[in-house]
Design a protein around this ligand. Structure first.
Ligand code: HEC
Ligand code: HEC
Length: 115
């Protein structure tokens, strides 16, 4: 009897867990975007960030404050200027070539591109 009850409770728990897993993750909009589209979901921002970190050969904390990703730093400002430059070049010049300038084009895994 208790065995059956346990099985029923366990079954219900598994069903609930299944529902929980299938619910879409709650949207968590970024709080402080000035160049990327405002309110972009953090889960969409992160893959971009991973590319930047790789292109520069740094970790997230090269640009980000320990107390939160939304806090501005000098390096974030530098990265924003870089992003504006890259977007402008792509829009104005690269589109015609069907090509794309990226952080990696210059940085090649280094904070300071070779002269
Ligand atoms: C080269 C500098 C740089 C690196 C490295 C970097 N970030 Fe960022 N990150 C930025 C900048 C700049 C912004 C804001 C972009 C904007 O204003 O449009 C930002 C924004 C974010 C945000 C949104 C914060 C908010 O709520 O406004 C998250 C989350 C984030 N970064 C996560 C990461 C993670 C995780 C890594 C490491 C994998 C990382 N970043 C590496 C520069 C960087
Ligand atoms: C056209 C070449 C070019 C491209 C493309 C480029 N950068 Fe840079 N970046 C530079 C140069 C040159 C410097 C100055 C390095 C130095 O101090 O000598 C620099 C410096 C930086 C710095 C400041 C250096 C530091 O100490 O952290 C950051 C941050 C940065 N770039 C991020 C980015 C990001 C993010 C992208 C892509 C969105 C990007 N860059 C694309 C050429 C480029």
């Amino acid at each position: 009897m208790t065995g059956r009850l346990t099985a029923v409770v366990l079954g219900a728990a598994l069903v609930l867990a299944g529902i929980g897993l299938s619910l879409p993750a709650l949207a968590t909009p970024a709080e402080n975007l000035k160049v990327l589209p405002k309110g972009m979901d953090k889960k969409d921002v992160k893959p971009i960030m991973k590319k930047w970190a790789k292109a520069l050969g740094v970790d997230c904390d090269h640009c980000h404050h320990d107390d939160g990703m939304a806090i501005d730093t000098k390096k974030k400002e530098a990265a924003r200027a870089m992003l504006e430059m890259v977007m402008a070049v792509n829009e104005k010049y690269m589109k015609k070539l069907d090509a794309e300038l990226t952080c990696m084009t210059c940085h090649q895994g280094d904070v300071k591109p070779k002269k």
